[in-house]
Design a protein around this ligand. Structure first.
Ligand code: NDP
Length: 269
């Protein structure tokens, strides 16, 4: 049995073992996947111990994505661009770091929600780790415009500097929440405001009838962002589809097989 796990702190809430068990059963892959609580000051040691036990790969969640980025001795292009790692692969070359969050987000928007990004106006709220990981995968789908709005404008501007040479020239721009101008086809909340039941102070005029509004957060109830967007005509989605899709992308990287996601997502809901 090949061994995989997810590292985090806390980790009890993680749905990843259920998701990967379902993928393994559906694709006939022989593997185990468990939760591992890594001590806050000993993430690298926890990873090394897992490798010594024969671990083949791992997912990484809060608060270790930056540490995982530093620990990897090779990085995929998208992990490099994201500056964070959520997927580790262990083999004879050492530790490879990947970031599947952005690809998961884009797969959820385009395949699950059925909304193409090409030619669309996209508003990305937030400029933290999750937002940074989303920029390159969004740009690869050639949106007409990608506006990154953040509470701290300088952080959003730094993302524009980083991604303009990577296909974002003339497409990506930055502003504060008060400076958001015009309507958007897709609005993504990549701030952590929903965790405190906060709404980023965005104008309702960003939404039109049928705008796709996606909050990366997920839970039992719609977030305040989802409620606000729905009240202004948007079609809303939480981050559960993104979670399942980033897991599928990680599974593909480890096993070379892409699992179907629809059934797993429906079961989680
Ligand atoms: P970070 O801590 O790296 O970034 C937080 C971002 O939110 C920053 O841009 C910050 O702005 C902004 N922010 C925080 N509080 C507020 C507020 N009250 N009002 C407005 N903006 C605020 O977090 P991550 O990028 O790692 O995560 C962001 C969200 O995405 C979380 O909710 C997380 O759960 C979710 N997520 C979901 C995934 C999934 O698979 N569904 C995967 C990864 C993340 P500033 O720069 O000004 O501080």
């Amino acid at each position: 049995m090949d061994k995989y796990c997810v590292f985090g702190n806390p980790i009890a809430h993680s749905k990843s073992p259920d998701i990967h068990a379902a993928f393994a059963a559906a694709t006939g892959q022989q593997l185990t996947y468990e939760k591992r609580l890594a001590p806050l000051d000993a993430f690298a040691q926890a990873v090394q111990a897992f490798i010594a036990e024969g671990g083949r790969g791992a997912n990484v969640t809060v608060p270790f994505k930056l540490e995982a980025y530093r620990l990897a001795n090779a990085l995929t292009v998208r992990a490099q661009a994201a500056g964070a790692v959520n997927t580790l692969l262990f083999d004879e070359h050492g530790i490879t770091g990947d970031n599947t969050d952005g690809a998961g987000l884009v797969a959820d928007i385009t395949a699950n929600a059925g909304v193409p990004i090409a030619g669309k106006r996209v508003l990305l709220l937030g400029a933290g780790g999750a937002a940074r990981g989303a920029v390159l995968p969004i740009l690869e789908h050639r949106p007409a415009a990608l506006v990154i709005a953040n509470r701290t404008v300088a952080t959003a501007e730094a993302l524009v500097q980083q991604f303009a040479p990577l296909g974002g020239e003339g497409v990506v721009s930055a502003c504060g929440f008060a400076g958001i101008d015009g309507r958007f086809d897709i609005v993504i909340n990549a701030t952590s405001a929903s965790l405190q039941a906060d709404l980023p102070p965005i104008p309702a005029s960003v939404f039109r009838e049928g705008t796709l509004a996606l909050d990366m957060m997920y839970g039992k109830e719609p977030t305040v962002f989802m409620q606000f967007a729905a009240a202004h005509g948007a079609i809303v989605r939480d981050g559960l589809g993104m979670l399942v899709e980033q897991a599928a992308e990680a599974f593909h990287g480890w096993r070379g097989v892409r699992p179907a996601t629809a059934e797993v997502l429906a079961k989680l809901r």
